[in-house]
Design a protein around this ligand. Sequence first.
Ligand SMILES: [Zn+2]
Length: 71
Amino acid sequence: MLTDFEATRKHAVTGMFIDLCQQCFKTVQMDANLPTKDRRDLISEDDIDDSVEAEDEHDSNIGDTLDGKDY
Ligand SMILES: [Zn+2]
């Protein structure tokens, strides 16, 4: 079950719907950095909570995150 935000995420070049939940999408993004078009106005608390949880569970390198290297 995708949120509105997840369901409307498209590939920026092909215009194809990515059709992945936030967690699966993140996994894909680690391998292939896809250009996407997001409906950021559709981001809900669910989407935000999801990604925070995923980071906590799967990212043991909290120091890296705090360093802000990802930005
Ligand atoms: Zn998924």
